[in-house]
Write a protein that binds this ligand. Structure first.
Ligand SMILES: [Zn+2]
Ligand SMILES: [Zn+2]
Length: 99
């Protein structure tokens, strides 16, 4: 018969209860290790992983092909060209902005 255990979180050092029912759950799942972290730290780590995934996706901006209205080269822009406004390549864009 399992009994509630008091464990210490290895992240924040707080003591937390590893309850008898949780121990049963762990045994059922075949986990041999006791949880090393308190529920808050486990949730925080999960959250951090989720954010990391979203952060990586954010890096991959969708690029659209457009023809520069100034020099005519094909360029990539991070927005969908609407057609009612000229699109410039990076070089021409900075030139025009410094006129
Ligand atoms: Zn903790
Ligand atoms: Zn250009």
């Amino acid at each position: 018969m399992n009994q509630d255990k008091t464990l210490t979180c290895k992240d924040c050092g707080v003591e937390f209860i590893f309850s008898a029912s949780e121990q049963d759950f762990y045994a059922e799942k075949g986990f041999t290790n006791e949880p090393g972290r308190c529920p808050e730290c486990r949730a925080a780590r999960k959250q951090a992983n989720n954010n990391g995934g979203r952060g990586n996706n954010y890096q991959q901006r969708e690029m659209h092909e457009a023809v520069c209205a100034e020099c005519g080269i094909t360029t990539q822009v991070p927005f969908r060209p609407s057609g009612d406004r000229p699109v410039y390549c990076r070089d021409c864009f900075s030139k025009i902005n410094h006129r």
